[in-house]
Every structure is written in C-alpha cells, then in structure tokens.
Design a protein around this ligand. Structure first.
Ligand code: G1P
Length: 281
C-alpha cells in the first residue's frame, strides 16, 4: 500500500533500482553468499518475478540478430548457477505465515529468509548472510538475525531487538518486539530483512496468535523461540553494508539515486545533471 500507484499492477520487488529490479539484487546477493537453492514465496500478482528469472531465448536471438552482442551480458543473470523454485502464499496472512509456506522445501535443514524489498549493501555487495551462516554453525544457534541501527523515531516501522551479551559484530537477542512506539522500544536495533533459522521455527510460527490485523508475525515466532530457550543471535550490519529499504517512497527514491550514481557507465552524467538541477532549482 505504501508504494501506490507504482505497485498497483506490479509487485514492489520488481520496481527498478537503477538498471535492475530489486529482486534481482536480492537473488544476486544470496548467490554471492553461497546460497544455491532459492524458493520464492510469492502471491497473486507476483508472476512477473518468475518471468524475470526465466530464460528468454527469443530475446537472446533478437539481440544476436541485431548485432548488439554487448547487450547479452544484461540478461546473464538468467544463468545464475542457482536453482530457483516458486510457491504462492494463497492468503496474505503475514510474514510468519509466508515463511510456513517454505516448510517442506526446508525439510530438516537450516535456511535463510531474505525479504524481497531490502537490498543489503550498495549494488548488493554485502557478505552479511555468509557471516550469519558462519555464526549460526559456530554457535549452534537456532536463529541468527541481521540488525541495523535506526533513528529512535523510526522504531515503529521495524521489528526491534533487545540486545544481550555478545562480541563486537554480534550479540545475543533477549527479546523482540514488532513495530514498537519509540518510547516502548527496547533499543534502536531493527531487524534488517535477513534471517537464518533452524526448522524449529515452524513450530513456533504455528503457536503464534494473529495480530490485530490478522497477520502472523515472524518476529512473534522468534520471540517465542527466545522464551523456549532457543539461542537467538543478531549480527550488526556495518555502515558499508547498510540496508536499502524499498518499502516506502522516500527510501526508494534515495536508493534509486544512490545506485544510479554508482553506475560506472551512467553515474558520472547523472551526477552532472543532478548538480545542474540543484543549481537552477
Ligand atoms: C518486516 C518485519 C520487521 C522487519 C522489516 C524489515 O516488516 O516484520 O520485523 O524489521 O520487515 O524490512 P514489514 O516491512 O514487512 O512491515
């Protein structure tokens, strides 16, 4: 709803940021972090995501025929070297419920959850997920969450953790609250759209009551896991791997401009154009 009318007939995950749709950055980030099997949990109106990752021999042929071979590298992502699978959440019942749709895919294995509206790092250069996997294994955790500091007044937009003891880059999670008002927030560390879970989370999700909007919150299931003695850890995103949130227009606009400015081919001309605009406005 926050991105209407841009998302009236297309999923927000397909909005472009500079040259690519958001979801392509997310997939490229996961593959670069060693994830080789990806299940997309989509819904009605999100079929274009599947189409985007499908190979398009007609387009490739047309590019060949036109003699513009250079363009072929623009669709190289079709050959990611990862296996992609798709399923649908039939009713929008919240993030926790969406994760449940992946239960049989995950089986007995730990798995990563990545939200399709968040890019980690400029041009998805983050290696946070790989570090989270390492920590998960090393500490025999039940869950590892990526977190990022946000201004206090923004806590009501995110899941917020209460940090416990830890080391520089990570800490134990004592408690979590979904979207607390700033005065109730246990810290300013916000859940940043990447999680690793052991399959025990599925039972926790099933025990969670829907919130007042009828949604099953993933944050509530992780809170339950903490209460049951599960080892829940958080990894801080360093500023160089900050999270780009595409969930609202102000941060979508900023993300687009920052990514476009960093484009090796088009960035310099855009910078000059923006400087010109700022001088004359
Ligand atoms: C979801 C999660 C929230 C997390 C956020 C990150 O909220 O419920 O805990 O901080 O993603 O983007 P949503 O943005 O779907 O409302």
């Amino acid at each position: 709803m926050r991105l209407l009318p841009a998302t009236k007939s297309q999923p927000k995950e397909m909005l472009p940021v500079a040259r690519k749709p958001i979801v392509q950055y997310v997939v490229e980030e996961l593959v670069a972090n060693g994830i080789g099997e990806i299940l997309f949990i989509t819904g009605r109106k999100k079929a274009s995501i599947e189409n985007h990752f499908d190979s398009d021999p007609d387009l490739a042929r047309a590019i060949h025929t036109s003699g513009r071979e250079g363009l072929l590298k623009e669709i190289e992502f079709e050959d990611l070297g990862a296996h992609l699978y798709y399923t649908r959440q039939r009713v929008q019942r919240g993030l926790g419920d969406a994760v449940l749709c992946g239960e049989s895919f995950a089986g007995e294995q730990p798995f990563v959850v990545a939200l399709g509206d968040s890019i980690l790092g400029l041009h998805a250069n983050s290696r946070c997920v790989a570090r989270m996997v390492e920590l998960f294994d090393e500490r025999r955790a039940s869950c590892v969450i990526a977190v990022e500091e946000v201004p206090r007044e923004q806590t009501a937009q995110y899941g917020i953790i209460e940090p416990g003891p830890g080391e520089n880059a990570w800490c134990r999670v004592v408690r979590l609250v979904e979207k607390p008002a700033p005065r109730d927030a246990p810290s300013n560390l916000a859940i940043a759209g990447r999680y690793i879970f052991s399959p025990v989370i599925f039972d926790m999700i099933r025990q969670v009551e829907p919130d007042e909007r009828g949604e099953i919150q993933l944050t509530d299931a992780i809170q339950r896991l903490c209460e049951e003695g599960g080892r829940v850890l958080a990894v801080r995103l360093p500023p160089s791997e900050r999270r780009y949130d595409i969930g609202n227009f102000p941060s979508y606009f900023e993300t687009f401009v920052e990514f476009a400015l960093a484009d090796p081919d088009y960035g310099p001309a855009l910078r000059a154009a923006i400087e010109r605009l700022l001088r004359t406005s």
